[in-house]
Design a protein around this ligand. Structure first.
Ligand code: FAD
Length: 390
């Protein structure tokens, strides 16, 4: 094995949106950073499609807002449809109170490419793809990371580590940090399409107990469908092309004929880590919290984690404020719990829960009717739908 070859201020593990944003923010401040990603490239899977104004402000902070805004549908909202396909509520965030549209459509793989390209601006940030962090050992003064690549093992030393290694974070597990919360039984089929000529610029949310579903617009003629899997259905059957097209035909004959770019079945989780740090290692993004995608908050929360994290690291490093490492999660959790609550509530509203019987289903119906008939309830939904200030 190689001797410890490099010294960095911060080792960032994972080049998802969290790690890439951390890399950019540290690069802006000339912090010696190593960003390590086990995959050869950034993701291509269907993932986040809604970006809020707070995240765009983070992009502004790292001087990438102009680039990111070139590939979004600015200020898109949601129209909510009953099982009879009549629209009973609309959220149209057409204001820009904090300088950016409050919610916009985007594509995560595009954002990740933009963030990765942004890193090239900084000589203080080194990026290594196809490199996995196999082990971390800390001694109070710093952390030594063992990295593995196709050509073998190497070691690096860093003052701090940011674990941005995603929902299944191996680092979180190694630190013995528990994720409290639950996983919804239902799975969802996610389908990304290309070549759409549908110019409807808002999300259609189908609150239909027989098959809850969403159809979301995207930049450059892309379109996303999210459909709940029903009891008895099998994931491998649902992703078969013929079946996907048949399902989409219930919503739009045109969309059912489009090019299918990606299709995958996901479980929805609502979980938050009990602790966000272990010594000099700090968790951020999905490694620290998972929200059901129904609220479209996961990546947006990651952007605010990074913002808080940067300030904590800087004050700890430059001013010796070691108390702040402990307070990092407290700062972020105020926002995370709000988003988790909203995403959980949205999921309860959209999913089917047959195990709760007729009473549970009637309660869900009552909740939807209240939402449809109350301006106050609609205002509460709208308030949470956009970026929550931090
Ligand atoms: C269907 C779906 C729809 C969604 N929609 C939205 C939305 O509209 N809006 C929103 O805000 N969020 C949304 N999300 C959530 C969003 O995609 C996630 O919150 C976001 O990807 C989290 O980013 P991350 O960087 O924390 O983790 P990840 O994106 O998972 O990145 C972690 C990275 O770490 C790497 N890694 C792991 N272990 C190691 C290791 N040991 N060494 C090196 N590298 C490692 C992984 O390869 C990966 O690249 C959605 C998610 C899904 C699944």
């Amino acid at each position: 094995m190689n001797e410890i070859s490099n010294d960095f201020d911060v080792l960032v593990v994972g080049a998802g949106p969290t790690g890439l944003t951390v890399g950019n923010i540290l690069g802006m401040h000339d912090v010696r950073t190593l960003l390590v990603e086990r995959n050869a490239a950034t993701v291509s899977e269907p993932r986040a499609v809604s970006i809020d104004d707070e995240s765009l402000r983070t992009m502004q902070y790292i001087d990438l807002a102009g680039e990111v805004c070139k590939s979004i549908i600015a200020g898109y909202g949601s129209h909510y449809f009953s099982s009879r396909r009549s629209c009973f509520a609309k959220v149209i965030p057409d204001v820009a109170d904090y300088g950016y549209p409050r919610r916009s459509a985007f594509r995560q793989p595009v954002l990740e490419r933009q963030l990765r390209a942004g890193l090239q601006r900084f000589s203080s940030v080194e990026t290594r793809f196809s490199t996995k962090v196999a082990e971390l050992c800390q001694n109070g003064q710093g952390v030594v990371g063992t990295l593995t690549t196709a050509s073998g093992l190497s070691k690096v030393r860093a003052r701090y580590v940011v674990a941005a290694d995603g929902a299944r974070s191996g680092i979180r597990e190694a630190l013995g940090i528990r994720m409290g919360g639950s996983t919804f039984d239902q799975q969802w089929l996610i389908v990304d399409l290309a070549g759409s000529t549908d110019r409807f610029r808002h999300t259609r949310v189908y609150c239909d107990p027989s098959r809850p579903a969403l159809a979301l617009p995207g930049p450059d003629g892309t379109r996303r469908y999210e459909l709940m899997m029903l009891p008895g259905e099998k994931a491998e059957e649902l992703v078969a092309e013929e079946r996907v097209r048949e399902l989409l035909s219930h919503f739009s004959a045109d969309d059912a004929r489009l090019q299918i770019v990606r299709k995958v079945v996901y479980h929805f989780h609502a979980r938050i880590a009990d602790r966000w740090s272990g010594g000099l290692i700090l968790l951020a993004g999905d490694a620290a919290h998972i929200v059901p995608p129904t609220g479209a908050k996961g990546l947006n929360l990651a952007a605010s984690d990074v913002h808080a994290l940067y300030h904590v690291l800087c004050k700890t490093y430059h001013e010796g404020r070691s108390d702040l490492l402990e307070r990092y999660s407290e700062i972020c959790l105020r926002r995370v719990w709000k988003a988790e609550r909203f995403s959980w509530w949205m999921t309860r509203l959209l999913h089917r829960f047959p195990e709760e019987g007729a009473f549970g289903q009637r309660m869900q119906q009552a909740e939807l009717e209240y939402l449809a008939g109350s301006r106050a309830a609609q205002a509460a939904l709208a308030e949470n739908y956009v970026g929550l200030p931090y």
